[in-house]
Design a protein around this ligand. Structure first.
Ligand code: PAF
Length: 285
């Protein structure tokens, strides 16, 4: 497995892969790799001849007071993890100046409207940072396929819209959330949880499972479903427990047959804010 650290070197590799007719998959990450990331790499290796994992802690998606400085960084441990798995062929780990040659950054990419609900309501500018960095990674790696985890479903749907609206040739693939034995979604931020918060954290999964089962049992009133999700989260500091449509991430009141919705929750614990979600297609009677 090869480590690439500069844009010119990445361009050289991409040129030679394209000349050889290889299909390229990109798995964008911020490092601190866990089994959830490895599931993305595994899926990427089913989709392409060359699998590039990018590792870049993107400063523009962290707001003031968020954990940019504290975010875990250990590229050599991540490279070892990927080497042991044996499915990625290249790691792209650029220095900040490779992605943001001009700082403060001037050129932004935004998907308006979809970035103000759910996490966007409290993390102003977060998705603009994500969309900007992913656009730049796509410009450098020129992937045929990009693989993302569905734990960050809002991110996935926003990036999907980016690709459609910009006509990018990259196909987006979303991989189901990988969970601990008790249902907690794997996340690099789980390591911040105290023992007590770790015991309480599976309530996020309980809340989204509740939403799914109510919808599949026939409940169509969104307020009833959101209240039931909040009941599962009782005793925690809930940021949101909401249902939105997956097309534009707009709040919905009533579920109609055939509609695809995202039921999503976010909870603040002492040192971490965790999210979880489920995508459900409302059954047609
Ligand atoms: O999901 C993440 O880890 C990040 O938001 C991403 C997509 C790598 C962009 O920095």
């Amino acid at each position: 497995m090869q480590l690439i650290e500069t844009r010119p070197s990445m361009f050289d590799h991409v040129r030679s892969w394209k000349r050889s007719g290889f299909r390229v998959a990109l798995v964008p990450t911020m490092g601190a790799l866990h089994d959830g990331h490895l599931a993305l790499v595994s899926r990427a290796s089913d989709e392409a001849d060359v699998v590039v994992v990018s590792i870049f802690v993107n400063p523009t998606q962290f707001g003031p007071g968020e954990d940019f400085d504290a975010y875990p960084r250990d590229v050599s441990a991540d490279v070892d993890t990927l080497r042991r798995q044996g499915l990625a062929s290249h790691v792209f780990a650029p220095a900040p100046g490779e992605i943001y040659p001009v700082w403060p950054n001037r050129t932004w990419v935004e998907v308006k409207g979809m970035d103000t609900t759910l996490c966007g309501a409290t993390r102003e500018g977060h998705f603009r940072g994500v969309v900007t960095v992913v656009s730049r990674l796509f410009a450098v790696v020129q992937p045929d396929v990009a693989v993302f985890g569905m734990k960050d479903a809002q991110q996935f749907f926003i990036l999907n819209r980016l690709c459609e609206d910009m006509g990018f040739a990259t196909r987006m693939v979303g991989v189901e959330t990988v969970r601990e034995a008790d249902g907690l979604a794997m996340s690099s931020r789980n390591r911040y949880l105290s023992d007590e918060d770790r015991r309480r954290a599976p309530c996020l999964y309980a809340a989204v499972r509740k939403a799914r089962s109510l919808i599949l049992e026939g409940e169509r009133n969104v307020r009833v479903i959101e209240t039931a999700m909040r009941e599962e989260l009782a005793g925690t500091d809930v940021d949101y427990a909401s249902i939105v449509d997956t097309a534009l991430l707009r709040p919905v009141d009533t579920l109609r047959p055939g509609m695809e919705i995202l039921a999503a929750v976010a909870v603040y614990f002492d040192r971490a804010r965790l999210i979880d979600n489920t995508v459900v297609t409302v059954p047609v009677p």
